[in-house]
Design a protein around this ligand. Structure first.
Ligand code: TLP
Length: 358
């Protein structure tokens, strides 16, 4: 059975063209800095993201961890959103491996942190307090329905942090989606931040890899930290070639994923028992490729119908999607390279018949 896999944009498989680029990649030992394809990818990424240098890392999680390790020291404090990926989904690595103290602030529905809340959270210079060292932002914001942070917000948060001697890291796992949605170059979105991590293995369709970008000095420290966590790779040019191919061929097409997500959310809006949008922002259409919706079985007279049950019914109809939330009352569907407009129509048919099943 062919599944329409909407669990994440991480599930994409390399295309024929990408595989060909991988097979033909020139390689060398990247721990010695001698892999020409990795070096080319890093240069390309630094240029696109408006930073001096870049480092190829195995995953988004590793990129964020290495960034934290390179920015701060043990016992320092990191300000981040309570719905941020780093706080929710990275295994507690900032504490467990980097020894960083987390100060979470509520994420507003648009993925931002209120600037006055950030300012208030910054610690005074006092022997009793941890040193506030880093602020992390996320764009697009995963748990905030894929909302894109505006360049003005990133600039303002950057200015505020810098005025207090604090660095800013941007988890830009889906920054290219933000750039397409806002119609501004990615380098404009990173102007106010010190470092940024972008993923190649999400909407861009590469099998593996992320890039961490910043100043030359920051990337030198990050390279040491990457080695420390076991992330030094050798003939990684095979993987980097997929990344180069993704940056050259798969950025502009993200607009198709956004259009598919919008069509899916419009259809969801017309189905009884489903309410599109993320918590606190119900009803809203998606800006990018993440479609969140609430499952309200009670309104259909079936309180046992939650997101877990719906996801099982969908699976039986060839559609994969992840249930979410402590009360299992939400679902996320993600559009990507391997999802066509026809797949969206089929998904809506599967949703309707799953909701009608008793
Ligand atoms: N997100 C994954 C899951 O971990 C939830 C997904 O399916 O969306 N930052 C953000 C904003 C992310 O969404 C993710 C992955 C990461 C970092 C981590 O990237 P990887 O999976 O490469 O470690």
């Amino acid at each position: 059975m062919r599944f329409i896999d909407l669990r994440s944009d991480t599930v994409t498989r390399p295309t024929a063209g990408m595989r060909q680029a991988m097979a033909q990649a020139e390689v060398g030992d990247d721990v010695y800095g001698e892999d020409p394809t990795v070096n080319r990818l890093q240069e390309m990424a630094a240029e696109r993201l408006g930073k001096e240098a870049a480092l190829f890392v195995a995953s988004g999680t590793m990129g964020n961890l290495v960034a934290i390790l390179a920015h701060g020291g043990r016992g320092d404090e990191l300000i981040l959103g309570d719905r941020s990926h780093t706080f929710l989904y990275e295994g507690g690595g900032s504490a467990g491996l980097a020894g960083i103290h987390a100060c979470t602030l509520p994420n507003l529905p648009d993925g931002t942190l209120a600037l006055d809340a950030i300012e208030e959270a910054i610690r005074p210079s006092d022997v009793h307090a941890p040193r506030t060292r880093l602020l992390t932002l996320e764009s697009t914001h995963n748990r905030c329905a894929g909302r894109a942070l505006t360049p003005e917000y990133c600039d303002a948060a950057g200015e505020l942090a810098h005025a207090h001697g604090i660095s800013v890291h941007l988890d830009g796992a889906r920054l290219f989606n933000a750039s397409i949605a806002l119609d501004v170059p990615p380098s404009r979105l990173t102007q106010g931040v010190d470092s940024v991590m972008v993923c190649l293995s999400k909407g861009l369709g590469a099998p593996v890899g992320s890039l961490l970008c910043g100043t030359r000095d920051f990337v030198r420290r990050a390279r040491r930290m990457r080695k420390l966590v076991g992330g030094g790779m050798r003939q990684a040019g095979i993987l980097a070639a997929a990344g180069i191919y993704a940056l050259e061929h798969h950025v502009d097409r993200l607009a198709e994923d956004h259009a598919n997500a919008r069509r899916l959310a419009e259809g969801i809006g017309s189905l009884p028992g489903l309410v599109r949008g993320a918590e606190e922002d119900l009803g809203r259409l998606p800006e990018t490729n993440l479609v969140y919706f609430k499952v309200d079985g009670a309104s259909l007279g079936d309180p046992t119908l939650d997101a877990a049950v719906l996801s099982q019914r969908l699976r039986a109809r060839g559609v994969l999607a992840n249930p979410l939330g402590r009360r299992l009352d939400q679902m996320r569907m993600v559009t990507h390279l391997d999802v066509s407009p026809e797949d969206i129509e089929e998904t809506l048919v599967a949703l309707r018949s799953s909701l009608e099943e008793t």
